[in-house]
Design a protein around this ligand. Structure first.
Ligand code: HEM
Length: 206
């Protein structure tokens, strides 16, 4: 199963890129508050799509030896910082689900930023095991935005009601997706760490 994970990740990333494209295919945004700071929303959506387009490259071991992994990684860290900061701006200033969104999304946006920054400095310190673990955690949160949509759309069809409004189901789907992806990431990190020596050696060749 562990060998098929990068392929599943690539599929999730492709769906995430489609989510970014989909944002621009809507007649009008589902969240009218996006007009408060539209530049933050555009930066978030466009760079989020670019982030997910580049992420799968980091899992090709062949690209580690020729400097591509490092160069792409620097781009990913830079745009990841903008994605995290704009996620915070969207969550705090123009939340679709009000205070519940502020409460539940803010910790994940902060952790996303923390994981990217820590992962970057771990690579610079040549602590590649920690680097991999932190980057897997960041990618788990980034790809959760896809699972959120996979959960949200059926939940609207099956459970949508006067109480279970789109705002409630949206934040419930977000929270489920972030927790599920984070738990999965921890499992993946532990499973991979059984072959840590091999992984570390491979990365050190970069
Ligand atoms: C890195 C890949 C990411 C992509 C491709 C992405 C994509 C998007 C898109 C397309 C939207 C606009 C909503 C729509 O029109 O459907 C959006 C909104 C949003 N994103 Fe992201 N995003 C990413 C990362 C993140 C991260 C890391 C967080 C926080 C942990 C986050 C939190 C949010 C929030 C809270 C909203 C607004 C939801 C609302 O209140 O309406 N996103 N994102």
């Amino acid at each position: 199963m562990i060998k098929t994970l990068p392929k599943s990740l690539a599929l999730l990333c492709a769906l995430g890129v489609m989510a970014s494209v989909g944002h621009y295919l809507q007649d009008s945004p589902y969240n009218p508050s996006f007009s408060i700071i539209p530049s933050a929303v555009h930066a978030h959506v466009v760079l989020g799509g670019l982030f997910l387009l580049l992420v799968p490259l980091q899992f090709f071991s062949r690209l580690r030896g020729n400097g591509t992994h490092k160069a792409t990684g620097r781009v990913l860290v830079s745009i990841g910082l903008v994605i995290g900061v704009t996620a915070l701006i969207i969550t705090l200033v123009m939340p679709y689900s009000g205070n519940a969104e502020r409460l539940f999304i803010t910790p994940f946006a902060l952790f996303f930023l923390y994981a990217i920054i820590t992962g970057f400095f771990a690579a610079r310190a040549r602590d590649f095991q920690r680097h991999q673990a932190m980057m897997i955690r960041a990618i788990a949160i980034a790809t959760a935005v896809v699972t959120m949509r996979i959960v949200f759309i059926p939940s609207m069809i099956w459970f949508g009601s006067e109480e279970l409004t789109p705002e409630v189901l949206s934040i419930a789907s977000f929270t489920f997706a972030f927790i599920f992806h984070s738990a999965f990431a921890e499992w993946w990190i532990r499973t991979r760490s059984t072959g840590a020596a091999e992984i570390t050696g491979d990365l050190k060749a970069a």
